[in-house]
Write a protein of this length. Sequence first.
Length: 498
Amino acid sequence: MRQIDHFIVGGAGAPSARKHQVWNPSTGEVQAEVVLGDAALLQRAVEAAKAVQPAWAATNPQRRARVMFEFKRLVEANKQALAEMLASEHGKVVEDAHGDIQRGLEVIEYACGIPQALKGEYTPSAGPGIDVYSMRVPLGIGAGITPFNFPAMIPMWMFGMACAAGNAFILKPSERDPSVPVRLAELFLEAGAPEGVLQVVHGDKEMVDAILDHPDIAAISFVGSSDIAQYIYSRGTANAKRVQAFGGAKNHGIVMPDADLDQVVNDLAGAAFGSAGERCMALPVVVPIGEDTADKLREKLIPAINALRVGVSTDKDAHYGPVVTPEHKARVEQWITTAEQEGGEIVIDGRGFSLQGHEKGFFIGPTLIDRVTPQMKSYQEEIFGPVLQIVRAKDFEDALKLPSEHQYGNGVAIFTRNGHAAREFASRVNVGMVGINVPIPVPVAYHSFGGWKRSGFGDIDQYGMEGLRFWTKTKKVTQRWPDGGGDGSNAFIIPTMG
């Protein structure tokens, strides 16, 4: 059995008795075991990070940028192998895995400009003979706790900005698909980063709690379910840490009567079913306005969904692959049953789907459920599988209320040809990321990512200048160079601009 170990300075040491199975979702077989660490192992990683971080922070930011440039080159050179490794553990098709890596690389590319981004502000003569300037300095040691659904992108979102800014970083990836994060850390070391700047520890709640409680870890970034996000935010901030914790989602796609329904159907097929729906920015709820729009959309959706090809992760013709574990497959199928029991109409049923030759794989067929209402539990909670729900709205105001009043506020999209309606919707909807005729509105690397309500806990978003703000603190310096002629008569008066 292949063993996946920690990536820390000095090696993991004695083998751990605690391990977690890593599945091959396409075959339904266990392909590896990942060792789980504890507080003692984390302490070793922290000590190594403490030893190396001051010199890394003191390194010319242009030299740190050169490490990021070389890391980007190495990831690109190894992209196919990384994508295949990612797909084998997560289950997403290889082409989708390439997208996972590429969206992470875009943040690394942004971090290559860290010398420009780190520049502070300067005000000469703010007072008599007084200059004021500011500088951004790293926090010290940061940590990232990342989910299974994007094992390349989200780690790079976190450690790219944190390390470029001069921090050391400890990554705890999901134990479900941990190989790619380890390989990324190896490539970061190969790119020229000092040993200990980026380390990877594996674990479950025991490791998470150790990270939350460790006094030398200054900041934590998390992506996962909302309940865990709230727990991490509460415990981390109680320990005086800076925390950003991003949770679940129930993204809506509003379809106006004037929308191009053929384009909407194409967009929905990818946004709802791509990566087997295991995306926090998936689009699992479509909201057509008016019965006529709903009936026409449903009529077009049925053949498009029936035409989707489900396959193993290496199938080049597959639209999506299996879900990540047998437990997750059972959970998604139970949500479909719950929706049926609540009164939803199962138009296309993906339960019990079996792929010939891969009957043990964790496959779920594409599912379409109509007549869903806001009172249904299956609407209120995140399903995180290849399931699209139709919630029919009477009018624009009714459609606007649905995402605005939902407990989650990650992303939303509106499909329309009406510029006024789109502008009104974008202005008024109570959601953090909005797409206008864009089904998955993940901002580019030089903006920032973050949802509202129970989709995001904390004040600062990921990557872009928001990410730089999160991984640094601002030092403000007020300076005066006296000429020796002062008599000290105003020494007891608070300085003013004069």
